[in-house]
Ligand binder design. Structure first.
Ligand SMILES: [Zn+2]
Length: 469
């Protein structure tokens, strides 16, 4: 870490929600459809007179995300028009949220410290410009399939202090969103887009008068940050589509800005892009042409009131938080988070694993060893589709290594036969497939690796002599 300059980074993350239909129209929400301009209607094409209707699911998912990020929820919210002129926006404005976002004042933890979330709001995505050569001419084509896709924006406070922390923060946001199962966050296709505002603070600036700090309370992070003097410029690094590029781009910016500051100048306030081939950032737009968005409430969309009933409905199937799940597994099974998170994404999958671990634990199996085997895909059963029992059975087969004598095995076989009278009866009435069922029970009981042919032969011979008397 540079002693003289402290990087100050805030992030804006855009995520496309995977609702069935668009944000304000009934078009199929398929921004990556192969054929251009097929999922369009007067609303998302911005034709005069077309009336938008807000997508209820998109609103509910945004609130869910806000809750998962520890946000407060605005019970009265509204949509606003954000004006700018660009060919990907036929209306001349984007429907977004200005002063009353659905969610505000959240927080998430990173290993470097907490990062506060300023707001989470909902808007519509724009069309997509495609620049290519047609008949030897450079042209820009427009595809409106993406226009009107629900887009959530998550804005953080400028409380990120390194490229590594920015990466961890962005990854955690993606993990939470996937857990809620509201977006694929496919970064290559633009389903999740990262933006970082970066500036360097000279460490001298941070020294405040000790009296004022003491008075307001050193412990109070909120006040401390609020009173902190931020640098008088910031560089927006836009449209980053990978965590690695985010880290590289921020690193490059820190170096570039430091050189400018060292020369006694101030870096220009501008928007920059990242070129991954050259591993550099480059100017996209300077402050001179920064837009004045002239926000005002969209008169076509009534304000949104979240009633108690609606909130109850939203919270009804709200899953156990990821942090809870991980710390529970750590405590109960000594399972570390970095292993566990390789196995699943959604809350539903998390619950399924929770059941699997419970069952394994009941049978006194080491959950962390089971997880290891699942990570390395040594088990052929399909996670989340096959039953936890089946996975445990296979796990036992794989991990049992000790040999067992025929005599010991016969004792176990007889014990299992005694407690499975209906299976024995099935066998006697010529239902030979019960052998597999019994073999599974015996393997679980024996906890040893047994050659199946040998086991099968022994079961058959024991069954032939077996009687309940
Ligand atoms: Zn439409």
């Amino acid at each position: 870490m540079d002693k003289k300059y402290q990087p100050i980074i805030g992030m804006e993350i855009h995520v496309q929600l995977k609702t069935k239909s668009g944000m304000f129209c009934g078009c199929k929400n398929d921004p990556d459809a192969k054929e251009p301009n097929i999922n369009t209607c007067p609303v998302c094409l911005g034709l005069p007179g077309a009336l938008p209707v807000a997508n209820k699911k998109a609103i509910e998912w945004t609130i869910k995300l806000g809750l998962a990020l520890g946000c407060k929820i605005n019970l009265v919210s509204k949509f606003d028009r954000k004006h700018y002129f660009y060919p990907d926006l036929p209306k001349g404005y984007q429907i977004s949220q200005y002063d009353l976002p659905f969610c505000y004042e959240g927080k998430i933890e990173t290993s470097y410290g907490p990062i506060r979330i300023t707001r989470v709001h909902l808007e519509e995505d724009t069309g997509k410009l495609i620049h290519q050569k047609v008949n030897g001419r450079d042209v820009s084509l427009i595809d409106f399939n993406r226009s009107g896709t629900p887009l959530v924006e998550i804005v953080s406070e400028p409380e990120i202090y390194s490229s590594a922390q920015a990466k961890e923060y962005a990854k955690k946001i993606r993990q939470i969103i996937r857990y809620l199962d509201i977006s694929n966050c496919d970064m290559e296709k633009g389903g999740m887009r990262l933006e970082a505002n970066i500036s360097l603070q000279s460490q001298k600036l941070e020294v405040k008068s000790p009296a004022s700090t003491a008075k307001r309370g050193e412990q109070n992070l909120n006040l401390k940050i609020k009173n902190r003097e931020l640098p008088n410029y910031k560089v927006e690094l836009k449209n980053i589509n990978s965590f690695r590029f985010l880290e590289r781009g921020i690193e490059f910016e820190i170096k570039r800005q430091k050189e400018i500051l060292e020369a006694g100048k101030t870096p220009a306030q501008e928007t920059r892009g990242y070129n991954s081939e050259k591993d550099i950032t480059f100017t996209q737009r300077t402050k001179e042409d920064a837009a004045d968005y002239r926000y005002f409430p969209d008169p076509d969309l009534p304000p949104i009131r979240i009633s108690n009933e609606w909130m109850k409905e939203i919270k009804k199937d709200f899953p156990e938080s990821l942090d809870n799940l991980f710390s529970k597994w750590q405590k109960k099974y000594n399972l570390n988070q970095s292993s566990a998170e390789l196995l699943f994404e959604t809350a539903q999958e998390g619950q399924w694993l929770d059941k699997l671990f419970e069952k394994a634990n009941e049978q006194k199996l080491a959950v962390n060893k089971l997880v290891n085997i699942l990570i390395h895909k040594k088990i052929k059963t399909v996670l989340f589709k096959d039953s936890p029992d089946k996975i445990i059975e296979e796990y036992i087969k794989i991990t049992a290594v000790d040999d067992i004598s025929d005599e010991d095995l016969k004792i176990i076989i007889n014990k299992v036969l005694k407690s499975n009278s209906s299976a024995v009866a099935d066998y006697k009435s010529c239902k030979k497939q019960v052998i597999n069922f019994l073999a599974g029970k015996i393997l679980r009981e024996a906890r040893k690796k047994i050659e199946f042919k040998k086991l099968e032969a022994l079961i058959v011979s024991e069954l032939n002599y077996f009687s309940f008397h």
